[in-house]
Design a protein around this ligand. Sequence first.
Ligand code: FE
Ligand code: FE
Ligand code: MG
Length: 167
Amino acid sequence: MGTKGRTIVSMDVERLVDLLRRAYSDEWLAYYQYWVGAKVVRGPNKEAAIQELIQHATDELAHATLLATRIIQLGGVPVTKPQEWYSLSNCGYAAPDDPFVLNVLDQNILGEQCAITSYNTLLALTRDGDPVTYNIVLGILQQEVEHEEDLQALREDIEVMLKGRTE
Ligand code: FE
Ligand code: FE
Ligand code: MG
């Protein structure tokens, strides 16, 4: 990062980079969970689910890009080995081994809820110490909130459809 840019960060930069690398690992795992979920998902309203999963995968990858850029600006290095994603991750990875659409949606809803909690924590930690990171995290958090709502709304639609069929 530029020398002046660094002086306006009033929190521990090493700690901040560590937190950002954890969030970065989460984003790659979330990206892949959505990406592979879109490939394997089965069941009613599958086409709508695939569209949503692909869109969210794209968004998670964009979050990873934003975090990598900020990590580098702060003098850090993004995680270079995928095997480290698991140990650094806050939210982990849920394999869509049961590809039924409601299961895949539930796994991703849990992932979004974890992301919301973890970005909200990061937001509180950067509020006073690093306005630039704060702004990036706020933008990501806004999208995670949207993601959760999109998935829950889709889940509701599918449940209504399934109920209608059995009545
Ligand atoms: Fe994300
Ligand atoms: Fe998300
Ligand atoms: Mg969406």
